[in-house]
Design a protein around this ligand. Structure first.
Ligand code: GLN
Length: 227
């Protein structure tokens, strides 16, 4: 049996649990809500949900989970959605100084709340690559979502694979006030995979479409744990 943990300090963790449990897999997957180091020790993989990245980091620090999570993210499959995506990034802009700790693990930089107030939340049909039934778009739900600024993998890092993109015309104009320069093409990337990790800036767990959950289990978890 494999255990997928869901970091359950704050945010949309129950929705992830429901999505994983709904998957019809021919292997037994146990889902565990993770709140302590002992919980984490039982996990083969982890999902970090959306919510508020500063709050999640702070609660992780207070419960002694921060360093164990960092180590976990170094060696085991982790999927971060929205706030979780921020925590998995190696660098973030738009965070108050000293106010944001990151687990890191993915060689990208990201901007918090990059869509700005006018389109803080929106839904958009995404072009996906590598998911089951890839010609069918995935409905992406974005809630004060972060925006990818740059892919920064060095030759020693695992390659970055783009898994989902926004329609080209959704360019985050509000980013201009936060960063001096950004590559418009990168800002349309909303899901990537790097090594054992998956990152989505939107919320697949808020839809009934489980293809991202299936993708994470198949590509990141089962692959990493097959003999
Ligand atoms: N804006 C949140 C943050 O910066 C993320 C929002 C979300 O997870 N839906 O942490």
């Amino acid at each position: 049996d494999l255990t997928i943990g869901i970091l359950s300090l704050q945010g949309a963790f129950v929705e992830h649990q429901v999505s994983i449990e709904r998957l019809n897999l021919n292997r037994r997957i146990r889902v565990l809500q993770v709140r302590t180091e002992q919980d984490l020790d039982q996990c083969n993989a982890l999902i970090i949900p959306g919510g508020e990245s500063t709050t999640i980091a702070l609660l992780a620090r207070l419960s002694g989970l921060f360093e164990p999570l960092k180590q976990f993210a170094n060696t085991k499959p982790v999927w971060g959605t929205c706030a979780g995506a921020i925590l998995l990034s190696n660098s973030v802009v738009g965070a108050k100084k000293g106010g944001q700790e990151l687990l890191g693990g993915m060689s990208i930089s990201i901007a918090r709340n990059g869509w700005g107030s006018q389109i803080e939340s929106f839904e958009a049909p995404l072009q996906v690559d590598g998911l089951r039934d890839s010609t069918r778009p995935f409905s992406g739900i974005f809630i004060r979502a972060p925006v990818l600024l740059a892919l920064k993998n060095s030759p020693n890092d695992p390659p970055i694979q783009v898994v989902a993109r926004l329609p080209q015309e959704l360019t985050p104009e509000s980013l201009i006030s936060q960063v001096e320069e950004f590559d418009a093409d990168t800002t349309t990337i909303v899901a990537i995979r790097q090594g054992l990790h998956l990152l989505t800036t939107f919320h697949p767990e808020l839809t009934k479409d489980d293809r991202f959950h299936e993708y994470f289990v198949r590509e990141c978890v089962l692959n990493a744990n097959s003999p």
